[in-house]
Design a protein around this ligand. Structure first.
Ligand code: SF4
Ligand code: SF4
Ligand code: FES
Length: 338
């Protein structure tokens, strides 16, 4: 049975979405990104950062878009003066204790705190520089994760990932109020095979990858969509390169394959791509025992096709299960025509 659709407007744009959809997801369909920190589509809803405050007609006060379900006829305004002022207040609160670390922070350039502050934060602070900011030392959480508590905005994405996705709840929120920080179990380490995902999930530069630490600034990176070849799962990834050198692998969402995550084996499986001894052009051998010569793809394909056709239907393909679905499909198509 088709999902029952609910009709609403978001910033004047009419959308129809399945019943039960969250306002923050419906907004995406209207082309509206509601600022948010704790919400992540791959994690249970926490509703605690209050960054996603929006104005909903007939509601007595601002509502959080990440925990409010759509209703028929709902009128949502993300840009009303009340909604903007509410979110500006949330940003101001988050920044009270936030250090001015951007010049040395790995997250700069892809930081949601920077972005939303630039978009709708206060142009200047109202707090006196006479009050010292909270300070806690950097902690080593695991083989590839550092925790910088001073930058933490306590969104708990990392805690929820370890609890609900990795099923190894080693992280927690310790202390309360402005003393709160992310604690790690006294006998635990962040060494789960998927632990690296907490670095991607962290909206700020609080959880950092040791492997990527200070390797590049975000704006120096080129990004290419790719497939992880670490195993036969074929997780969708983005390869970040700096001057044609792969420096980071991050998950690319595909709900059918890897949802929003990748394992640490795949994340670290990139150094071989930077080796200088990779074959960059097809090599062909002309005649038995002849030398290998670099050639272009047209000649290589012609040669392969004529040899396969000459095999009289007796050719066999051995293909790695680590190849992408697309590569496997092409092999099948190539052999189907023989
Ligand atoms: S977390 Fe974001 S805002 Fe904070 S120091 Fe890093 S880049 Fe700057
Ligand atoms: S470390 Fe990052 S993901 Fe974890 S609570 Fe702090 S800001 Fe959120
Ligand atoms: S994103 Fe909605 S409360 Fe945090």
């Amino acid at each position: 049975m088709a999902d029952e659709l609910v009709n609403l407007t978001i910033d004047g744009v009419a959308v129809s979405v399945p019943k039960g959809t969250l306002v923050i997801e419906a907004a995406k369909q209207a082309g509206v990104l509601v600022p948010h920190y704790c919400y992540h589509p791959g994690l249970p809803v926490a509703g605690l950062c209050r960054m996603c405050l929006v104005d909903i007609e007939k509601a007595p006060k601002l509502q959080i878009a990440c925990a409010t379900q759509v209703a028929e006829g709902m009128v949502v305004r993300t840009q009303s003066p009340q909604a903007k002022s509410g979110r500006m207040g949330v940003l101001e609160l988050l920044l009270i204790n936030h250090p001015l670390d951007c010049p040395i922070c790995d997250q700069a350039g892809e930081c949601e705190l920077q972005d939303f502050t630039f978009q709708e934060g206060r142009p200047a602070t109202r707090y006196s520089p006479d009050y010292a900011k909270r300070f806690n030392p950097v902690e080593d959480f695991g083989p590839d994760v550092l925790y910088v508590p001073n930058r933490c905005i306590l969104c708990t994405r990392c805690v929820r990932f370890m609890e609900d996705v990795a099923k190894e709840p080693v992280l927690n929120v310790s202390e309360r109020g402005d003393r709160a920080y992310i604690g790690i179990h006294s006998e635990g380490r962040l060494d789960h095979p998927w632990a690296g995902n907490v670095v991607d999930l962290c909206p700020v530069g609080s959880l950092l990858s040791k492997d990527f630490l200070h390797k590049a600034r975000a704006w120096e990176l080129d990004k290419a969509a790719s497939i992880c070849t670490g195993c036969s799962q074929g997780c969708n990834v983005t390869l970040d390169t700096r001057e044609n050198v792969v420096v980071r692998v991050r998950p690319r969402s595909n709900l059918e394959v890897n949802r929003y995550f990748i394992c640490d084996h795949g994340r670290m499986n990139y150094r071989w791509m930077n080796r200088g001894d990779r074959i960059e052009a097809p090599l062909v051998r002309r005649g038995r025992g002849g030398e290998l010569h670099a050639t272009d793809w047209d000649e290589a394909f012609d040669l392969v096709t004529s040899r396969l056709r000459g095999a009289g239907g007796k050719a066999v393909a051995l293909v790695s299960p680590k190849a992408s679905t697309e590569a496997l499909y092409f092999v099948r198509e190539l052999f189907r025509g023989l």
